[in-house]
Write a protein that binds this ligand. Structure first.
Ligand SMILES: *Cc1c(COP(=O)(O)O)cnc(C)c1O
Length: 392
């Protein structure tokens, strides 16, 4: 059976060049980067090269990049780190209702220990109202944490404008950019962002490596105490093979940026147009244009996204319904509900997220298989029969 993977916003396969770059660091280059002797010095040199590559992808300086264990850790570090460092100046944080759980659950934890959090609502496209953001800032506000691009819908937030508001009010701005890095041009010399989180496994490294950009002078407490690694911001002997992998993945993302973007946009639009030609009653979730090049979130009226997902899986097609974290339960995605999408439509949503190694043949296979499944599920759906009857 053909296998097609279209769930790259959940995780990506390891790029062969990334794996190759990592290999020596499992055996020959085993040193501890803090050691003074040759074994340590060599590894230290490669560690700093990897940092330079991540920094180059973001147009930041290497001293502003530190490595972490994953995107979730980076988000926790940013939010708790600022909250703990600035608790004397204020205890109010602003975020949105559509963040990843790495941000939402961290904010909820802080609420339990006395912080106040504003969860900004979003409109039908998944975007916040900038005036409402401005109005929400008080003398107590210490942090704005808003994602760069949404993992479920691909909607891109106006990070420039949000950052300008934060600057104007003297509030630290963190952006969870796990989905944006490598897919969107990010220039931190120009963007008014103070802290930015990213994750390796959404960028073709293995799972379990992340990074954090921290603008010089940003006040942030450490979450992990111990040795002096990572400029005293994140203790623990560095995970060298994975850091090398993230360096390589960043280098490739920079090198292939335009090529990937063109490829992904073309495939995504071929998929979307193909569906439109083959099936009625589809709804695009997320912003029509201000959206990641690889992401297509569609509702297939009157059927359960979960049933569609399982049927696609039987045909070798891997996609996602709602967010990866909520699949398995039938609660519709918090992101789609926050966008005001009715329960029934949110429940019928499927996210297709493409990667650089998807092909036109992959897209055409999905276009061949999926409409038949949708038709079959709609034929046995009382909801759909009712809908068709009312349309007649
Ligand atoms: C995947 C993801 C994370 C979490 O990253 P991990 O490395 O899996 O911990 C955080 N935010 C967003 C938007 C994500 O897509």
């Amino acid at each position: 059976m053909r296998r097609v993977y279209m769930d790259h916003n959940a995780t990506t396969p390891v790029h062969p060049e990334v794996l190759e770059a990592m290999m020596p660091f499992f055996q020959d280059q085993f040193g501890n980067a803090s050691s003074i002797h040759w074994a340590g010095r060599e590894v230290k040199k490669y560690l700093e090269e990897a940092r330079e590559k991540v920094a180059a992808l973001l147009n930041a300086s290497p001293e502003e990049v530190i490595f972490t264990g994953c995107g979730t850790e980076s988000d926790n570090m940013a939010i708790k780190g600022v909250a703990f460092a600035l608790r004397e100046s204020g205890q109010h944080i602003i975020t949105t209702q559509v963040e990843h759980h790495a941000v939402l659950h961290t904010c909820q934890f802080l609420e339990k220990i006395g912080y106040k959090v504003t969860y900004l609502p979003v409109d039908g496209d998944g975007l916040i109202n900038l005036e409402e953001l401005r109005r929400s800032i008080t003398d107590e506000t210490i942090l704005i944490t808003i994602m760069f691009a949404n993992n479920e819908t691909g909607t891109i937030f106006p990070v420039q404008e949000i950052g300008e508001i934060a600057r104007e009010k003297g509030v630290i701005f963190h952006t969870d950019s796990v989905q944006a890095v490598g897919k969107l041009a990010i220039d931190l010399q120009r963007l008014p962002v103070d802290i930015l989180s990213l994750s390796g496994h959404k960028l073709y490294t293995p799972k379990g490596i992340g990074a954090q950009y921290i603008r010089k002078g940003t006040k942030m407490a450490s979450l992990i105490h111990g040795g002096a690694q990572e400029q005293n911001r994140r203790a623990g002997t560095e995970n060298i093979p994975y850091i090398i992998g993230l360096g390589k993945a960043s280098e490739i993302a920079r090198r292939d940026f335009q090529k990937r973007r063109t490829h992904l946009t073309a495939l995504r639009d071929r998929l979307h147009q193909g569906f439109i030609q083959r099936m009625p009653h589809l709804k695009l979730n997320g912003h029509a244009t201000q959206r990641l090049p690889n992401t297509l979130n569609l509702s297939f009226s009157s059927i359960e996204g979960e049933s569609l997902l399982l049927n696609l899986d039987l045909e070798g097609i891997a996609v996602s319904s709602g967010s990866a974290c909520t699949s398995g339960s039938l609660e519709p995605s918090h992101v789609l509900l926050a966008m005001g999408i009715p329960h029934e439509i949110a429940q019928s949503a499927i996210r297709f997220s493409l990667g650089w190694n998807n092909t036109e043949e992959d897209v055409d296979y999905v276009l061949e298989v999926l409409p038949k499944i949708v038709q079959r599920l709609r034929d046995i759906s009382p909801l759909y029969q009712k809908k068709v009857a009312t349309l007649k």
